[in-house]
Design a protein around this ligand. Sequence first.
Ligand SMILES: [Zn+2]
Length: 74
Amino acid sequence: MTNNRDDNLDPSRWPVVPFVPYRCPNCDRHRVKTSNSRGRVRHHVCLACGMRYKSYELPAGSVAEWNGEIPSDE
Ligand SMILES: [Zn+2]
């Protein structure tokens, strides 16, 4: 890993990466506790309603094509 520290302090010139906020599929809140992380799958429990759910990390650019399923090899 090379040290690639960037001293550019102007945010308007920084590159941008996608971020998709995840919400509870039951109550649509974002109050969440992450209990486990295995590869690209994370386990969560909603602090508002108690529902357990998973999130799946996607490569940048593939969010629109994702079918909502976690591949069986994950
Ligand atoms: Zn919830």
